[in-house]
Design a protein around this ligand. Structure first.
Ligand code: NDP
Ligand code: 8X3
Length: 252
């Protein structure tokens, strides 16, 4: 059975790979993001089974209008991939920009919430659907500078679990994906366009790729309807949780 799959943040990285993965399997994909030229290019490449809508997930009215105005062939959304998101900065909390924190909360939390609130009623009414939330290992593994970014991802992880509690017994599934280090434009965004600093996290490491994450999403969604994958935590083999840090004094 082919599905309608709405992917937020389909203009780069994971979202683009996820859209391509589902499209390659014959599904219809709704591509969203803020960069129009990227949307046009991807939609031009994928063709008929795709539709592109320029969307900033922070704009609640625009999210509602998009869901309302989808062309008929795309109107019944089977899979919502809440992927759009970002980290801004890696400063300790006392030096971080408040505006960066607000942007992360508005995008990663409010954006995903808004999409869910608009799309979920249709899924419940139709008795089918799957929500995939793109969290992060930062939801559970604290690291210096992760402060509000990690907190936004913990919000998504807990929201996913609580949605499952509301949806128990209904044929609407919810999956939380928690990737580790993966190469995309993520780092360039976090370091505000500084290519040197953006390359740093990937130096000497084989990171995950957007295709790896797309495969995990595809797998969770393609399982039979009675199977709900609650959470997937995925890291490259070159990454693992570290020991707890201890700050020692100079005492002999
Ligand atoms: P990219 O920067 O490559 O892609 C981010 C996508 O989000 C882009 O398509 C961007 O599109 C979109 N986006 C950002 N802000 C908005 C907004 N306000 N409205 C709509 N779309 C928006 O990063 P990744 O692909 O790596 O990240 C995807 C998700 O995965 C994020 O939620 C990130 O937190 C998470 N993640 C990433 C990891 C990594 O190591 N890369 C690891 C764990 C989780 P546009 O700019 O066109 O709007
Ligand atoms: C992105 C992965 O480790 O930079 O969510 O927070 S990490």
């Amino acid at each position: 059975m082919t599905r309608v799959v709405l992917v937020t943040g389909a203009t780069a990285g994971f979202g683009e790979a996820i859209a391509r993965r589902f499209h390659a399997e014959g599904d219809r994909v709704i591509l969203t993001g803020r960069r129009q030229e990227r949307l046009d290019r991807l939609q031009g490449e994928l063709g008929e089974r795709s539709c592109a809508v320029r969307l900033d997930v922070r704009d609640q009215a625009a999210v509602a209008a998009m869901v309302q105005d989808l062309p008929e062939r795309f109107a019944e959304i089977d899979v919502l991939v809440n992927n759009a998101g970002l980290a801004l900065g890696l400063e300790p909390a006392w030096k971080a920009e408040l505006q960066d924190w607000l942007t992360m909360v508005q995008t990663n939390c409010v954006g995903a919430m808004t999409l869910i609130r608009q799309v979920l009623p249709g899924m419940v009414a139709r008795g089918r659907g799957h929500i995939v939330n793109m969290s992060s290992i930062a939801a559970t593994h604290a690291y210096p500078g992760g402060n509000v970014y990690g907190a936004t991802k913990a919000f998504l992880t807990q929201l996913s679990a609580n949605l499952r509690a509301d949806l128990v017994g209904r044929a609407v599934r919810v999956t939380d994906i928690e990737p580790g280090l993966a190469e995309s434009e993520f780092s360039l965004v976090r370091y505000k366009g500084d290519p040197e600093r953006a390359a740093d996290p990937y130096r000497g490491v084989q990171p995950l790729t957007p295709a790896d994450i797309a495969e995990a999403v595809w797998w969770a969604v393609s399982l039979p309807d009675h199977v709900n994958i609650n959470r997937i935590e995925v890291m490259p083999t070159m990454q693992a949780p570290g020991p707890l840090r201890v700050a020692r004094s100079e005492r002999p």
